[in-house]
Design a protein around this ligand. Structure first.
Ligand SMILES: [Zn+2]
Length: 270
């Protein structure tokens, strides 16, 4: 049973080229939107943003490229662990972490919760163990999570219908109130996480899209599309999943969609 959903702002990056992200101005404001769920099985964190060590040792953890060009706002108060404490919880209460994928801006906080079980698609974890191309080398920073002990890998085989998408079967730890909905494309094992909120659903889409404007298929954000294509492990799959998300958002108002990096979406909840 999920009692409460907190929307957390876990880090800001301001890379150059705001227009690429559908924003005005030279620098884009790219935030890390994470969720904290209060459940009967303890606290559940959805994505982790940047962690303490990413702020303290940016170059050693993330490499000189990201340290130099990512324009990460160094502020420890933006870590998930600091915000969880501010809400009055103990970090030890975080029992489970679901990550949409393991890019550095989603996996950085894992090391701040060594006791938690991390749920991720096996194809995503496997990709981090096989850095055989420049994209994987640039995006995955295995130092962030290589010491972590507790993992639950799900096969990316989804057979059960969930609206116009499919979710992983037999993932009943949370009695079908928390589902992994693979949205492959951005990375090899990218997944959405669906959270039941009484009669409604919240679908956390990670990096399956970057701007709420993209949920309207009429909106053409050409520069952003090229950027996503550049980062995508499988661009065709990414486009197909984006179309499914557009259809879902237009046909099912009871499902709210959020992505990981859009400050306007985060502002709706905070
Ligand atoms: Zn991201």
């Amino acid at each position: 049973m999920i009692h409460n959903i907190h929307h957390l702002h876990c880090g800001t990056m301001c890379p150059v080229c705001g227009p690429l992200f559908g924003q005005k101005g030279l620098h884009a404001q790219v935030i890390c939107h994470c969720l904290l769920l209060e459940t009967e099985r303890g606290l559940v964190l959805i994505d982790t943003g940047l962690g303490i060590q990413d702020h303290l040792q940016t170059k050693a953890r993330l490499g000189s490229m990201i340290a130099r060009f990512g324009k990460i706002e160094n502020n420890l108060e933006l870590t998930a662990i600091a915000q969880i404490q501010k809400l009055g919880f103990s970090p030890k209460d975080v029992q489970h972490i679901f990550v949409s994928h393991l890019d550095f801006d989603h996996a950085g906080g894992i090391s701040d919760f060594p006791q938690a079980t991390v749920h991720v698609l096996s194809s995503e974890y496997n990709a981090t163990q096989n850095l055989n191309n420049y994209k994987r080398k640039a995006r995955y920073k295995v130092k962030q999570f290589q010491q972590h002990r507790y993992w639950n890998f799900s096969e990316p085989i989804a057979d059960e219908n969930w609206f116009n998408l499919k979710h992983i079967q037999n993932f009943d730890l949370f009695e079908n109130e928390l589902l992994m909905v693979p949205l492959l494309g951005h990375t090899a094992g990218h997944s959405g996480i669906a959270i039941r909120n009484q009669e409604n659903w919240l679908l956390f889409c990670g990096d399956a899209y970057y701007s709420h404007l993209q949920l309207d298929g009429q909106h053409q954000l050409r520069a952003l599309n090229q950027l996503e294509q550049f980062f995508a492990e499988d661009n065709q799959a990414r486009i197909e999943n984006l179309k499914r998300l557009q259809t879902l958002s237009q046909t099912h108002p009871e499902v709210q969609l959020i992505c990981a990096h859009d400050p306007i979406e985060l502002a709706r909840y905070t």
